[in-house]
Design a protein around this ligand. Sequence first.
Ligand code: URA
Length: 225
Amino acid sequence: MHGAQIAQVSGVAGREALRRRAAAWTPEHKLSYLRAKVIGDCRRCPLARGRTSIVFGAGSPRAEILFVGEGPGAEEDRRGEPFVGPAGARLDAFLDEVGLSRDQVYIANVVKCRPPGNRDPRPAEVDACAPFLRAQIRAIDPKVIVALGRHAAMFLSGRHDLSLGRLRGKPLRYRDPKLGDKTIPIVATYHPAFILRKDASGGEQDRFAELVVADLRRARSIASR
Ligand code: URA
């Protein structure tokens, strides 16, 4: 942690001076500042009341591939790490299959606190948390973003009311006004929890898993360009 530089700032002039200094920070420093000073003990939405941990994200701050899920589940909430429950074990197997490890990529979620009973995050909760994911993306500056599931794909692409099946394979791009004209390619794929809910005996689970592996190979190929 860069204690001296990570001081609280206040006022328009202070924030502008900080913004100028921060442009030269490393990705590690930007993520540390975001977690410690911007998010802190966040109470910006009702999800704060039911959480055990804020699940910020994990992996390499310099990753070329960023994975974005929907929000923490029970195990993630307990441990404070993304994708460490059953869906995480499936994600690890997918990463392994395409020759990636967790420390080569970064994994984050659209919302950082667990929605009760694993319900979908509400629009107001997504809106409250959105600046944090956007700041993570600017800090990491990945070459490609893998959207895990429909909610992440909709949030990142800004395309709403489409199923994952319709979003998958489309040339989606992530945009952020703070990035100017720069856009980041998005590969939308099925959420590992969705795969786990598919029938394993009739081959359906395997069919969807093959699609995810093909998508992750495509993400690797985009990242290597
Ligand atoms: N599902 C998600 O979308 N994110 C997690 O971190 C865990 C499960």
